[in-house]
Design a protein around this ligand. Structure first.
Ligand code: SF4
Length: 358
């Protein structure tokens, strides 16, 4: 891994990019881990000014819609319910500034986990309480959650349910590109998601939108290799999907993970923060598992909310606004007092810019 951060290799790759450039390359990275890696490594200082970078909607906590955050907080307030979540969700504020962390401070039973499998243990240990796991994330995390749902069903754990806020990346990319106001020349595709789905689901990017794309890993040299492949596609005027992360991503993805996703979830429309409703982009429990659906079990389907006042995460997530252009950045919104999710999540663009500058 150290080799992929080697300064000499990075400089060499940056020189190759510079030599192959034929004009502007404004690329969007579609993964929060890329966002952080680019800012943390100072990678942009190696790149020529023609290579421009915008962040996209690849931070799963950031794109979780305001109504989903409101539903999580509403759940936590129900007596007898234990809410189990990954830590990033704790401090996301709703439109009134309430968060799971504040609900916990007021007596709600909200617990942080490191693996969805902990939900099974918690439900077994607390048979008289309802345990709800907050399923947030893309195709990367959804298979592990699906496996837990399957096991809960097999073991008859009827005090466990899932609030699925899972989302799919390819439909969101199609939605962004179909909007006429997205000004990008190429896409750096998420390595983690691609380990599960492979390259096939991205094939429409070149065919329908003529946009070069490359799956990339997360070390500085991985990202530069991804960028080099984008520059080469631009040079050859041949947009396709290149796997620039072959040490982790197989072209066909992970068949076992795909199988469990298909068994447990159906896709349907989902609301994304900043992007609105996107067809086919949400993952919901299939009819066979609908008894474990917390949206239905707790009557949360009609809940609504809007973005916190003044927060411009929606524009940041669409690559239209640099975090520093948000009037609240660094003043009304800091990592210790966040106004929106992009300042909370470790993968959020606002948090990355606040921490690493640029
Ligand atoms: Fe939202 Fe804060 Fe980012 Fe502004 S700086 S877009 S308020 S998270």
């Amino acid at each position: 891994m150290q080799g992929y951060a080697d300064p000499g290799l990075c400089r060499e790759l940056a020189d190759r990019i510079r030599a192959a450039l034929t004009g502007r390359l404004r690329f969007m990275e579609v993964c929060g881990t890329h966002t952080v890696s680019i800012y943390r490594s100072g990678l942009r200082s190696l790149l020529p000014p023609e290579v421009e970078h915008v962040s996209g909607p690849g931070c799963p906590v950031c794109v979780t819609h305001a109504r989903e955050i409101a539903a999580c907080i509403a759940l936590a307030r129900i007596p007898g319910v234990i809410v189990l979540t990954f830590g990033d969700m704790m401090r996301i504020p709703d439109s009134r500034g309430m968060s799971l962390q504040q609900a916990k401070a007021r007596g709600a039973d909200v617990r942080i986990c490191y693996s969805p499998a902990e939900a099974l243990q918690l439900a077994r240990a607390n048979p008289d309480q309802e345990v709800v796991f907050l399923g947030v994330g893309f195709e990367t995390t959804a298979p592990a959650v699906a496996a837990v749902v399957k096991q809960a069903g097999q073991n008859g754990l009827d005090n466990l349910s899932l609030l699925s806020c899972h989302k799919r990346i390819p439909p969101a990319l199609g939605h962004l590109l179909a909007g006429r106001d997205l000004d990008v020349d190429a896409l750096l595709l998420p390595g983690h998601v691609s380990t599960v789905i492979g390259l096939g689901p991205y094939s429409f990017l070149g065919r329908e939108f003529g946009i070069p794309s490359a799956v990339s890993g997360f070390e500085p040299a991985d990202i530069l290799m991804g960028l080099y492949s984008l520059v080469r596609q631009q040079e050859k005027q041949k947009p396709e999907v290149i796997n620039a992360y072959p040490r982790a991503v197989k072209d066909q993805g992970n068949r076992a993970a795909q199988a469990v996703l298909e068994e447990v979830f159906d896709s349907g429309p989902a609301q994304w923060r900043g992007l609105g409703r996107i067809e086919d982009s949400g993952l919901y429990l299939a009819p066979e598992y609908s008894g474990l659906d917390a949206w239905k079990r707790f009557g949360l389907e009609d809940i609504e909310d809007r973005e916190p006042p003044g927060c411009r995460c929606g524009e940041v997530l669409k690559g239209k606004l640099h975090p520093r252009q948000c009037p609240l950045f660094g003043a009304g919104c800091t990592p210790s007092r966040p106004a929106g999710p992009c300042m909370v999540s470790t993968e959020g663009s606002c948090a990355a810019v606040f921490k690493y500058g640029m």
